[in-house]
Design a protein around this ligand. Structure first.
Ligand SMILES: NC(=O)C1=CN([C@@H]2O[C@H](COP(=O)(O)OP(=O)(O)OC[C@H]3O[C@@H](n4cnc5c(N)ncnc54)[C@H](OP(=O)(O)O)[C@@H]3O)[C@@H](O)[C@H]2O)C=CC1
Ligand SMILES: O=C1OC[C@@H](O)[C@H](O)[C@H]1O
Length: 668
């Protein structure tokens, strides 16, 4: 009985695929239907003598006479099309690249598994006679142990709309480089490379034009490829072993000539019955027959292109895209921000609980790292995190992390931030960003140099109440601001990190910073004209209680008190020429505002686990700010910009100097 094909999409590749199918016996393969815009489907069906033409993919999905659908639409539509057919229990052969990124590929693979249907990415090169011969030669170790693989594929394609428009297409990697990658992956038997280094040029649209990639494999083996949608490359491939070489002559993506240890053999493809759009497309007959054989044997995937290979290709593609800066809208949309947590202490616990109050589609914690592996394990068990590392370095190397939350105590912020930033990780670091201005500058500089996002976790700024305060001030609700005041005091000296100097102790950096950032927010990041600080210090040399007066231009002022020895009321207010905004306690995680005597509440969600600190689920707002910044490609938050972190550090330095609090970091 013939395998009955449905064709999804009536473009160039579907045209060639249908011609290739005709080179097979009609007892084995028949095209029974085609679907796309109705007039195009009708024209396609007339040209190829197909009995059924549908004006929608949904009709094709419902056709009971179709055994397998060939998805020949452009990549951005693969996910939707594949899921439609798979959910209708159709087997699917989908053009390469199976989807735009790993997340989409996983979604397609999962749905094929769930629906128990056959699915294969149309990596047609693998099924050419020449590729079969290569696999045989490698398994016989005909050229000894493989040490190096190289492939190139370049064709000027930028005149084709799908190749230069990011929303419609793929760029050089997804369009061409994927053939080189799959070749390398075939030679190395689906092994994951140990390293990938990619460099490339992108068009103004953000699409990658030309790429060069080096892959490092275990046991000192390597591979490299170049691809270009801008220029013609030689487009051959080479496998170098300890005892010889296999050369795949151009076109390596539809190979018909091999040179094995200098001896050339040719395996030609049949002539087409109609003219083709692409080189040697009748070679697709091999993948077509592979699908039939798999269906006859009841297989759900091809042993020659298993789904694990498809996944690996997507993962490598994502890594390369990330390195060259080619990000597609699909990479951002619907994709969770993947957090790594550095430090398994109290605030990291609270932050992780706060993340759980946000949709799992938007935020996921994928790994935690602590100095001791058992602490990381305990944390990961408690929070159901899949990866636990016993060092921060391992977290820095994890390719699955988009952003690291640094929740260690402040003397270690500099080292941790630099580690992650140098590993090209985005960072949200607990406050204070560092111990002094010098350290803060070092972190900011390294974030700039490495072109990553960095934000000091000044969570207060992102509470809805703070958003409301900024709105009211901008609208002039209380007239011209003349005075701001804040207090924050809590007896904390039972906590070592609060009274020990080498652990970053002291009221100012622990608590006063929340008051200082509030004042700085009210005065829009302006530098005060003068600062007068007075305070009392413990014998250990850290500040216990501090009172500070700040003078701003145009006769405006601010003041705050903080104490790590006693409880203070924890309120703040902003007084203007036309009214007053009061922030009820706790002002550092505000849930109630009184604006000209009218009270408004802004409650935070309940936590699913007990918290260490007051209203910590409010850290969800800063986490969402990070996500939004990353989605927009920002390197700093407009609400808590780098300049504000620098100003905070400068003011803290000045206050500490007046109090006589000196940390070892100030002397280095
Ligand atoms: N937003 C807010 O309101 C709050 C902010 N914070 C800030 O968060 C940070 C951490 O505070 P918190 O969680 O209470 O602190 P913890 O005492 O719980 O310590 C946090 C982590 O810091 C690392 N650490 C602790 N002591 C040492 C040390 N002696 N040497 C090296 N590393 C050490 C540990 O990492 P590991 O697990 O790897 O061993 C530990 O788990 C501080 O910078 C603080 O200012 C804190 C509370 C509230
Ligand atoms: O460092 C701190 O420790 C105690 C907390 O209550 C406070 O919010 C934080 O800044």
């Amino acid at each position: 009985m013939a395998t009955r094909w449905g064709i999804c999409g009536a473009g160039k590749i579907s045209d060639d695929f249908t011609v290739a199918l005709k080179t097979r016996p009609t007892e084995d393969h028949q095209v029974v239907a085609v679907a796309c815009k109705l007039e195009d489907a009708q024209e396609f069906s007339r040209k190829h003598n197909i009995s059924q033409a549908y004006g929608s993919y949904e009709e094709l999905a419902r056709d009971p006479d179709v055994d397998v659908v060939y998805v020949g639409v452009i990549h951005p539509y693969h996910l939707k099309a594949c899921k439609l057919f798979i959910n209708a229990k159709k087997n699917v052969l989908c053009e390469k690249s199976l989807a735009m990124n790993t997340k989409e590929v996983k979604e397609i693979l999962d749905s094929a598994k769930k629906n128990n249907v056959f699915l294969m990415e149309a990596a047609w090169t693998r099924f050419f006679q020449a590729s079969v011969q290569i696999r045989n030669l490698l398994s016989w170790e005909y050229i000894g142990e493989v040490k190096m693989v190289r492939a190139d594929y370049g064709v000027p394609l930028l005149h084709m709309s799908r190749s230069d428009q990011k929303d419609r297409c793929e760029g050089a990697l997804l369009g061409l480089g994927i053939c080189c990658l799959q070749f390398i992956s075939m030679v190395y038997n689906g092994e994951k490379p140990e390293s990938i280094q990619a460099s490339g040029t992108c068009l103004e649209t953000g699409v990658d034009e030309t790429l060069a990639v080096i892959l490092g494999y275990s046991k000192n083996r390597m591979a490299m490829f170049t691809c270009s949608a801008g220029v013609e490359l030689h487009s051959d491939a080479l496998i170098v072993g300890t005892k010889g070489t296999i050369q795949v002559l151009s076109p390596m993506w539809c190979p018909t000539s091999l040179v094995v240890n200098r001896k050339e053999t040719q395996q030609l493809v049949p002539e087409p019955s109609l003219s083709l759009n692409f080189t040697y497309s009748t070679g697709k007959r091999c993948e077509i027959e592979e699908v039939r054989q798999c269906l006859l044997k009841g297989r759900k995937e091809s042993p020659d292109t298993p789904q694990a290979y498809t996944l690996l290709l997507a993962e490598m593609g994502d890594e390369i895209c990330q390195q060259v800066g080619g990000v597609y809208s699909q990479d951002c949309q619907n994709m969770a921000t993947r957090w790594g947590i550095c430090g398994a202490g109290k605030i990291s616990h609270d932050f992780t609980v706060a993340l759980k109050t946000l949709p799992a589609e938007d935020h996921q914690v994928v790994a935690v790292a602590a100095r001791k592996l058992e602490d990381a394990h305990e944390f990961s068990r408690k929070h159901n995190i899949s990866k636990a590392y016993g060092s921060y370095e391992e977290l820095a190397r994890d390719p699955d992390i988009d952003v690291v939350y640094v929740g260690v105590i402040h003397p270690y912020h500099l080292k941790a931030c630099k580690l992650f930033i140098n590993a090209k990780k985005n960072v949200l670091c607990e406050k204070p960003l560092a111990m002094n201005t010098k350290e803060v500058k070092e972190i900011l500089d390294s974030a700039k140099k490495n072109d990553v996002f960095l934000m000091e976790a000044v969570w207060t700024r992102f509470f809805p109440a703070s958003v409301e305060i900024r709105k009211l001030l901008a609208e002039g609700e209380i007239g011209e601001v003349k005075m701001a005041r804040a207090d924050f005091g809590a007896p904390l000296f039972h906590v070592p990190r609060s009274d020990q100097k080498d652990l970053g102790g002291g009221a100012l950096l622990g608590l006063g910073i929340s008051c200082l950032q509030f004042i700085s927010m009210v005065y829009n990041g302006e530098k005060p004209e003068s600062i007068q600080a007075s305070g009392i210090c413990l014998e250990a040399g850290v500040d216990e209680s501090v009172a500070v007066i700040l003078q701003y231009s145009k006769n405006r002022m601010a003041m705050f008190t903080c104490s790590a020895g006693v409880h203070l009321h924890g309120e703040a207010f902003i007084a203007g020429t036309k009214g007053i905004i009061e922030v009820l306690s706790p002002m550092w995680c505000p849930i109630a505002l009184v604006v000209n005597e009218k009270v408004t509440q802004y409650p935070v969600p309940e936590p699913h686990l007990p918290l260490n600190f007051t209203y910590s689920t409010g850290m969800r707002y800063e986490a969402e700010e990070v996500r939004q910044c990353l989605l927009k490609g920002l390197k700093e938050s407009p609400v808590m910009p780098h300049a504000d972190s620098l100003l905070l550090a400068e003011m803290e330095d000045e206050i500490r100097q007046q109090l006589g609090v000196v940390y070892s970091q100030d002397c280095q």
